[in-house]
Design a protein around this ligand. Structure first.
Ligand code: SF4
Ligand code: SF4
Length: 95
């Protein structure tokens, strides 16, 4: 399933989505993230699958716009570090 973390405000939508079916809990996105936005948690979304998956840490869920600001692409074509690091393509961002 798709786990959405984030919010909308007057300036836009700020969501990070983790596809819990694709995420294998490898942790590569955590190493790639300069701001500690992501963490590994127990997979409570797919009880039959179990295991561990990436999630946005509680601390950052209400301030993703600011937490992720340093990674904002300058050319519009650069991939975000967390997305580049994720081989199974389990992470998407709404911006
Ligand atoms: S965009 Fe940057 S700060 Fe935000 S989760 Fe990805 S790597 Fe971390
Ligand atoms: S890099 Fe991708 S597969 Fe690995 S933990 Fe992060 S989201 Fe999951």
């Amino acid at each position: 399933m798709l786990a959405n973390y984030g919010y909308k405000d007057g300036s836009g939508d700020y969501f990070i989505t983790i596809d819990t079916g694709k995420c294998d809990g490898c942790g590569d996105c955590i190493s790639a993230c300069p701001n500690g936005v992501l963490e590994i948690v127990e997979n409570e979304f797919d009880p039959l699958e179990g295991g561990q998956i990436a999630a946005v840490s509680e601390e950052h869920r209400k301030k993703i716009k600011y937490s992720c600001a340093p990674c904002k692409p300058t050319s519009g074509r650069e991939k975000l570090p967390c997305i580049s690091a994720c081989e199974p393509n389990a992470i998407t961002h709404s911006w």
